[in-house]
Design a protein around this ligand. Structure first.
Ligand SMILES: NC(=O)c1ccc[n+]([C@@H]2O[C@H](COP(=O)([O-])OP(=O)(O)OC[C@H]3O[C@@H](n4cnc5c(N)ncnc54)[C@H](O)[C@@H]3O)[C@@H](O)[C@H]2O)c1
Length: 295
């Protein structure tokens, strides 16, 4: 069975309405797709829809879209707590559930069962193997990675990750849909960390090594990277924003799968053990702050 062709994609199911799913549902609806947003948690769905409404409203206030387009996008999103209710006419499903392989296995098993055979099944996993996820289904040739970045409604890149069995026409569908959502794409072979996360992991780790060696202060390392390399943020500002525990997990995974050169800096491990995880904990590396923030 061949995958649906890109021009025929009308109906997109986004599974998971968390941080990533809501952003992906927003850009899909704004691109004119009919979107079903599915989450096991009613609360996550309500919160997701409220965030989408606020983001689109801001878009109207900034003159990026008309009020009519905003209403059309909102009308195009149907929330659901059951996959069964919305997969029958799906052309594409994008899975954005919790980063847990057992959870993803169950979702892909159900999607494979419920979606039409020609539908493409995509995963937004940050690190899991697309090849392994494809093997949870009977259509590994129609399973592909669509790795969006956070916040998904603003970040321009989608990494299209190609599993061992992923067919070329499946990648073409994923790329065309991403472009219609206003994104740019790169095509990547399934390998730990893909491209952007792997490079970013090395930069963050090296910055911690430099801090530990006393090469410069965290502020000056950030300034050097911003002004000398033209990055919009230095590695410490970015780590404080994303969370050092998350960065450490990525490094540990890369260390385990790709070897010694990804061994996490002992100083990063120490900051995580101290609970200085970044903004979400009210204390990071750059600005220790006064304790947990009320957010
Ligand atoms: N947060 C990021 O910066 C980021 C960036 C790129 C990719 N990702 C990846 O995207 C995925 C989602 O991450 P997130 O940050 O949005 O997580 P999140 O925890 O904010 O959201 C996950 C959602 O999935 C829902 N869920 C769990 N099991 C489900 C099921 N069986 N069916 C339907 N919904 C279910 C949860 O209720 C939750 O609302 C993960 O694979 C993650 O690695 C995250």
């Amino acid at each position: 069975m061949k995958a649906v062709v890109a021009a025929q994609v009308r109906s997109v199911v986004v599974v998971g309405a968390g941080l990533m799913g809501r952003g992906i549902a927003q850009v899909a609806a704004a691109a004119g797709y009919r979107v079903a947003l599915v989450d096991v948690s009613r609360e996550a769905l309500d919160q997701g829809l409220a965030v989408i409404r606020a983001n689109l409203d801001k878009g109207v206030r900034l003159g990026k879209m008309t009020a009519a387009d905003m209403h059309a996008a909102l009308d195009g999103i149907t929330p659901a707590t059951e996959l069964q209710a919305c997969c029958a006419d799906a052309d594409l499903a994008i899975e954005t559930v919790t980063e847990d392989l057992d959870c993803k296995r169950e979702v892909f098993r159900r999607l494979d069962e419920l979606c039409p055979p020609r539908a493409v099944l995509a995963t937004n996993t940050s690190a899991k193997s697309i090849t392994e996820i494809g093997a949870f289904t009977n259509r590994a040739d129609r399973v592909v990675g669509m790795h969006f970045f956070n916040p998904a409604h603003l970040m321009r890149l989608v990494e299209i990750v190609v599993g061992l069995e992923t067919a070329a026409d499946t990648c073409t569908v994923a790329e065309a849909v991403a472009r219609r959502m206003g994104k740019d794409t790169v095509r990547i072979r399934d390998f730990p960390g893909f491209v952007a996360s792997r490079i970013n992991a090395v930069i963050g780790n090296e910055a911690l090594h430099m801090l530990m060696e006393g090469v410069a202060s965290a502020e000056d390392i950030d300034k050097a990277v911003r002004l000398g390399l033209n990055h919009p943020m230095g590695p410490f500002e970015l780590g404080d924003l994303l969370g050092w525990d998350t960065k450490l997990k990525v490094l540990e995974y890369l260390h385990e799968t790709l070897g010694e050169r990804f061994r996490p800096s002992p100083l990063m491990v120490q900051y995580v053990k101290a609970g200085r995880l970044g903004r979400k904990a009210g204390r990071g590396i750059l600005d220790p702050g006064d304790g947990p923030s009320p957010e």
